[in-house]
Design a protein around this ligand. Structure first.
Ligand code: HEC
Length: 263
C-alpha cells in the first residue's frame, strides 16, 4: 500500500489522495454514541489487515486472529505466489534481472506503446501522457507526468511490468522491460544519454526530480491530536473561523458569461 503523501500544495488537490477518503473513513468509524472509535489511521490499518488476511488465506494459513481455521481453499503453490509477487520497490528490492538501452527501448516503444502514448510520450488522442508538465504542479492546471510528478523510477518499471502494454500486459521480457523503461525515463530527461544501458545493477542511479516532495505518511504523529475518544464537535477552532478560499476562485464554478473559453 502506498504510504506517500503530497507535500506540494497544488490549487486542485487530487480527490483520490490523502484527505477525501480519510473524511469518509472517519464517518464510518463513528460509533452510535458519538465517540470517534477509530481514526483514519486505524481504519487504514484495518484495510491493510484485511489485505494481509486475504494473502494469508492465499498462502494457506487459513486461521483468523483467534487461531480458528476456516478450512477453505488450499495452500497456494510457490509458482502462484511468484506470479503475484512482482512488485519493485524504491530501494531496488524486487528488481528482475535484466538490461536494455535507451536506443533499444526506442524501437520497442514506437512499436508497442506510441500508438497510445505518442512518439514522445505526449499522448495520442486521449490516452495518458507519459512525459511533460515540468513545473506545472503548483499551477492552475497541473500536469502530473512521470517527470513532473512521480517520485521513483521503480514505480515506472513496476507499472510497465505489471500493466503495459495495455491489453497485452506482462508480455515484455525482462530485457525489453528495462529497455522500454529506459526510453520512457529518457523522454522524461531522467536519463540523458541514448547509449545508457539500464539494468538491475545500476537502476538506483536514476532519480526523478519530484522525489523530495514525497514523504512517509506522518499522520499518526502529526495529526495525533485529532484521534481522541471525545473529539471536539462544536466551536473547535481557536478564535474566529475565517473563510480562506472559495470554489469560485478556482474556477470550479465559472460565473455565467465569464467562463474561460474551451477549445
Ligand atoms: C492500447 C493503448 C496503450 C498501449 C499500447 C500502451 N498503453 Fe500505457 N497506458 C494506457 C492506458 C489506458 C493507461 C492508463 C491505465 C489506467 O490508468 O488504469 C496507461 C498508463 C501507462 C502508464 C502510467 C501513466 C500514468 O501517469 O499513470 C505508463 C508508465 C505506461 N502506460 C507505459 C506504457 C508503455 C511503456 C507501453 C508500451 C510497452 C504502453 N504503456 C502501451 C494505454 C496504453
Amino acid at each position: 500500500m502506498s504510504r506517500w503523501r503530497e507535500r506540494v500544495i497544488a490549487p486542485f488537490r487530487h480527490p483520490r489522495r490523502a484527505d477525501a477518503p480519510r473524511a469518509a473513513l472517519e464517518i464510518r468509524d463513528r460509533k452510535p454514541n458519538g465517540s470517534l472509535l477509530g481514526s483514519a489511521i486505524p481504519a487504514l490499518r484495518f484495510a491493510a489487515a484485511g489485505m494481509t488476511m486475504w494473502l494469508a488465506t492465499l498462502a494457506g494459513a487459513q486461521a483468523d486472529a483467534s487461531g480458528k481455521r476456516f478450512n477453505i481453499g488450499r495452500e497456494a503453490m510457490a509458482e502462484e505466489i511468484a506470479g503475484w509477487d512482482i512488485d519493485v520497490r524504491p530501494d531496488g528490492r524486487g528488481l528482475p534481472v535484466g538490461k536494455g538501452t535507451v536506443k533499444e527501448g526506442e524501437s520497442l516503444y514506437i512499436e508497442r506503446c506510441a500508438a497510445c502514448h505518442g512518439e514522445f510520450g505526449e499522448s495520442a488522442g486521449r490516452w495518458p501522457i507519459l512525459a511533460g508538465g515540468e513545473g506545472t504542479l503548483a499551477s492552475h492546471d497541473p500536469v502530473k507526468s512521470i517527470g513532473s510528478y512521480w517520485p521513483y523510477a521503480s514505480t515506472v518499471l513496476d507499472y510497465i511490468r505489471r500493466a503495459m502494454p495495455f491489453g497485452n500486459a506482462q508480455s515484455l521480457t525482462n530485457d525489453e522491460l528495462y529497455a522500454v523503461t529506459a526510453y520512457v525515463l529518457y523522454l522524461n530527461d531522467a536519463i540523458k544519454d541514448e547509449a545508457f544501458e539500464l539494468s538491475d545493477k545500476n537502476f538506483l542511479s536514476v532519480k526523478l526530480p519530484n522525489e523530495a516532495n514525497f514523504f512517509d505518511d506522518d499522520r499518526e504523529t502529526s495529526e495525533k491530536h485529532f484521534w481522541t475518544k471525545e473529539p471536539c464537535m462544536a466551536n473547535c477552532a481557536a478564535g474566529e473561523a475565517r473563510i480562506v478560499g472559495r470554489a469560485r476562485a478556482l474556477d470550479v464554478t465559472p460565473e455565467e458569461g465569464k467562463a474561460p473559453k474551451v477549445e
